[in-house]
Design a protein around this ligand. Structure first.
Ligand code: CTP
Length: 213
């Protein structure tokens, strides 16, 4: 059977939450997983919008790549593309908090000790999940201690079809241990798999979930 051409939105990389014009809070996410998913979806014939935080990877060929910096920017770009999409794959390591205030220029040092007020960023995936209708929604989470219960809670709270759990090496290595959790079926294990290979599996999964409707 020919594949149905789907419209994918994929997010990738970290976000940067600026304290001033130079410094920021962020994470070491390389963006490689999201770029691999975007490229695999494109190769499979789908239309892809890739919303990427600051990473050093080039735009994948044939993919509309939107470059953003902060979680607030990412939210606007992802939700705009999501409106006319069939599937969202949210691999981005979105910063949960941002400094309450961004200072202009360079923040000069002063006191020996400093507290920094932070405010919560919106949860982009949860927001998309609430208005998903029949769209497919897949999330990612880095796995630490006792992850399964927390992961099942995230699937429910964010209205996901699947949540990919990865080991912490996923931030820096080309391979990692991945597991896919579902609301309604057995988990799938992909030990020490290359990100490119896992991306291919995810595209197949999204096609399957979209066909189920
Ligand atoms: N995510 C998001 N917006 C945020 C935080 C996370 O869209 N502000 C997405 C991530 O891209 C990922 C999924 O939610 O696909 C899970 O991220 P994670 O940080 O594990 O979830 P949180 O809900 O932030 O839970 P925790 O308190 O464990 O950090």
């Amino acid at each position: 059977m020919p594949r149905r051409r789907l419209r994918f939105v994929v997010s990738a990389g970290p976000t940067r939450e600026h304290l001033d014009d130079i410094r920021f809070l962020s994470s070491p996410s390389s963006g490689r997983m999201g770029f691999a998913v975007a490229a695999a979806a494109r190769r499979a014939g789908h239309e892809v919008v890739l919303v990427a935080g600051p990473v050093s990877l080039p735009d994948p060929p044939g993919v509309r790549t939107v470059r953003v910096v902060s979680a607030l920017d990412m939210r606007v770009a992802v939700l705009a593309a999501f409106r006319r999409a069939d599937a969202l794959v949210m691999t981005a390591a979105v910063s949960d908090y941002r400094p309450a205030r961004r200072r202009a220029g360079k923040w000069k040092k002063g006191a020996a000790r400093l507290s920094l007020p932070l405010v919560r960023n919106p949860d982009i995936l949860a927001e998309a999940g609430r208005r998903r209708g029949r769209r497919v929604c897949v999330g990612f989470a880095v796995e630490v201690a006792a992850p399964l219960r927390a992961a099942r809670g995230k699937i429910r709270r964010k209205h996901l079809d699947a949540l990919c759990l990865c080991s912490p090496e996923a931030f820096s290595a080309d391979r990692a241990d991945y597991r896919i959790l579902f609301p309604d079926r057995e988990l799938e294990r992909y030990p020490w798999i290359r990100k490119g290979a896992f991306a291919g599996r995810l595209v197949d999964l999204v096609e399957e979930l979209a066909a189920r409707g």
